[in-house]
Write a protein that binds this ligand. Structure first.
Ligand SMILES: [Zn+2]
Length: 355
């Protein structure tokens, strides 16, 4: 029995090296990934297959960066999944060679299968331990189990080097938005617990084609804030445009981010433009509007792009007993969604700022 199992691991390793199909094997043959296993690509890279949808690469030579690339925390956000799938394939088949440690996480595999944002619950509200905060009568579901498993993978990865000093930690949690955005790509810069915003990180984002930055003003239960808060990583939730079905993304839209991430993990020096405030649209959160009543309604076009802005006093949303107005000239809307559960965030408003 054990020999049979060993043989099947050897087969999986051969397939991975030949075809690089880690994601598709993870989705179609989960039984191959019940236990973790390790192998090497030539004499330069150690590969750790941690679980279904979780794989890390470590150069055998010295490195100084630990890079986490996560995608599919929302299963229908296909472009980032395809970007990471391609990178993993290129590494496994030897097309590119990593010079930095990198962990790829494909977040919510069951929701990819059904082409939905999630199966039972929005996974990007379950990090920093929120997965274990159950409401009365609520059961642990697959999304909560997976959020915990993802947290553990990040923790083991960041803490899994002999010396953690003088290393830089990165985490790009890649998404696409439900709606179009006035600024096609944007990043949420998680709350820094009082530390200053890092302009060098924004220069990297600009090289990725991301010039719109939303500064988060408080702790959240997102994946990127988990890495900031627990591991002092430079972490971002990066929104790469609008959700499209698998295979329908125009991958030309992602050349800049693919190139920059490849350079980052392959140890190629990044060529970055000097920081110039004028290159960026930087926003801070003004209002976090949670849905309180079943009749919560948004008062703008259903397809209004993210970052659409309004005049002061414009009625943005209403529900029984409450009206929500723009408090500033040019106040803009982000992530509107009237269909969330009662108590959850239905709208963020943001105002321009500088760092
Ligand atoms: Zn998302």
């Amino acid at each position: 029995m054990q020999n049979k199992f060993k043989a099947s691991v050897q087969n999986t390793i051969q397939t991975l090296k030949l075809q690089g199909d880690f994601l598709s094997l993870s989705r179609t043959q989960p039984s191959l990934f019940i236990t973790s296993f390790q192998f090497f690509i030539d004499e330069h890279t150690q590969v750790d297959v941690l679980a279904q949808g979780m794989i890390s690469f470590e150069p055998l030579a010295d490195s100084d960066k630990d890079v986490v690339l996560s995608c599919g925390v929302h299963g229908n956000e296909t472009a980032p999944i395809e970007i990471c799938d391609d990178l993993v394939k290129d590494i496994l088949t030897g097309k590119i060679v990593v010079k930095q440690r990198v962990l790829f996480l494909f977040g919510n595999l069951p929701s990819m299968d059904i082409g939905q944002r999630f199966v039972e619950e929005n996974m990007n509200r379950l990090f920093s331990g929120e997965h274990q905060n159950l409401a009365a009568g609520q059961q642990v579901n697959d999304e909560r189990r997976r959020a915990k498993q993802l947290e553990n993978a990040v923790k083991c990865f960041y803490l899994g080097t002999e010396s953690q000093q003088d290393r830089s930690r990165f985490h790009y949690d890649l998404h696409t938005a439900i709606r179009a955005s006035k600024n096609d790509k944007f990043a949420v810069y998680p709350f820094q617990n009082g530390k200053p915003w890092d302009k060098y990180q924004l220069q990297i984002l600009l090289a990725c084609g991301v010039n719109t930055i939303l500064l988060s003003g408080s702790p959240t239960t997102t994946f990127s804030y988990y890495s900031v808060n627990e591991f002092n990583a430079q972490a971002f939730t990066v929104e790469l445009g609008k959700v499209m079905p698998f295979g329908q993304n125009n991958m030309d839209n992602f050349t800049q981010i693919v190139t920059t991430l490849t350079q980052l993990i392959c140890g190629v020096e990044l060529v970055l433009k000097n920081f110039d405030d004028a290159d960026f649209l930087i926003y801070e959160v003004n209002q976090v509007i949670n849905k309180q009543q079943a009749d919560f309604a948004l008062n703008f076009a259903i397809d209004a792009p993210n970052f659409s802005d309004f005049q002061k006093d414009h009625l943005l949303a209403s529900e029984t007993g409450c009206e929500y107005h723009a408090q500033f000239e040019g106040e803009a809307i982000v992530f509107p969604n009237a269909d969330v559960e009662i108590g959850q965030r239905a709208l963020l408003t943001v105002i321009p700022t500088h760092i």
